[in-house]
Ligand binder design. Structure first.
Ligand code: SF4
Ligand code: SF4
Length: 321
């Protein structure tokens, strides 16, 4: 095992702006199959969502040359998030470096990949499989010691849950584990995240019905309302949902009015308001808004944004009367 190389990879990742990096063996992911099987057994109808199942639980079969996994964390809390977009758009979508190829953070990711190439490290990141990428990112980050799972199923690092995770399968045998000792687990009695979930997708700690989750309903689900869910249950969300993360005491202290401006987000703020989404042409939505959904809505499905924005207008109008 080449741990000098592991240290160099770790340092190269941090030098381009990642705030954490771990490296684990492929076999360290073996527990993921049990996790996913248990999750599907609890909610069998959710299996349809897990189209990646075979690839994710059989990394050795799909990537026979791969030996280890690099997993990096990128702290999105370093950016501001405009108040008028809060409660409407998921922060992790809008603040992802993947949403703006001209932003410095995206260029830095490419610099890291060039560093891997320059050091003759073969890698695969699965960019063609966005937004799911190539392997279960949250599990890789936990196995690499970068953070923990909380009851709302999100990965939490030392600054909360608003991290972008990015992984690379590599052909080198090396390991770099981190230590999360200073991250306290959830309080045994806390259920704030479960209570915050208005669609009951998160009906109990560590459970999830992805087909009821607003992150699915407002994107891949096409804005279609499931039976027994009322429009008002989706609140003002147009794309994604942060409710179970924002209800969490481990995120609540974060002030989204502080930090750096994220690339072009301020310029888009007005267009992203519901009435302007409804009025925008397909071309405008496809060019300016769809990239901000972080691959959760395809350009040809841009009308989903209007469907969601119309629902939000109805809900807000009704609440005001
Ligand atoms: S993201 Fe929203 S809908 Fe999905 S589990 Fe969390 S609170 Fe529920
Ligand atoms: S809200 Fe409470 S139970 Fe839920 S993830 Fe946060 S600390 Fe854990």
């Amino acid at each position: 095992m080449n741990n000098d190389l592991a240290l160099k990879i770790h340092d190269a990742a941090l030098s381009v702006g990642y705030d954490g990096c771990g490296i684990i063996a492929l076999k360290d992911m073996s527990g993921y199959k049990k996790f996913l099987d248990e999750r599907i057994a609890k909610i069998p109808e959710s299996k349809i969502i897990y189209g990646f199942y075979d690839a994710f639980v059989n990394l050795e079969k799909y990537y026979p040359w791969a030996k280890s996994i690099i997993i990096c964390t990128f702290d999105m809390g370093q950016f501001k998030f405009p108040k008028s977009l809060q409660g409407r758009y998921a922060k992790a979508f809008m603040l992802s470096p993947d949403t703006a190829e001209n932003c410095q953070e995206f260029k830095n990711i490419k610099l890291f990949e060039q560093w891997l190439r320059d050091n003759n490290i073969k890698f695969a990141s699965g960019e063609e499989h966005k937004p799911g990428y190539i392997l279960p990112l949250r599990h890789a980050a936990v196995y690499a010691g970068l953070g923990i799972f909380r009851k709302n199923n999100f990965f939490y690092g030392k600054n909360g849950s608003y991290y972008e995770l990015r992984a690379y399968l590599i052909d080198q045998d090396c390991e770099y584990k981190n230590n999360v000792e200073d991250i306290k687990p959830c309080d045994e009695n806390c259920t704030l995240c479960v209570k915050s979930c208005r669609t009951k997708a998160l009906s109990a700690p560590y459970t999830m019905n992805p087909m009821l989750c607003m992150s699915f309903l407002t994107t891949f689900g096409g804005g279609v309302m499931p039976e027994n869910i009322e429009e008002k249950d989706l609140g003002s969300w147009i794309c994604g949902c942060d409710d179970c993360q924002d209800a969490c005491p481990h995120n609540r202290k974060h002030d989204w009015s502080q930090g750096k401006d994220f690339y072009n987000l301020n310029e888009l703020e007005e267009l992203l308001q519901p009435k302007n989404i409804i009025a925008a042409s397909d071309e405008v939505l496809q060019e300016r808004v769809i990239p901000k959904t972080d691959f959760h809505i395809k350009p040809e499905n841009c009308n989903v944004l209007r469907v969601n924005a119309e629902r939000v207008m109805r809900v807000e109008c009704e609440a005001a009367n």
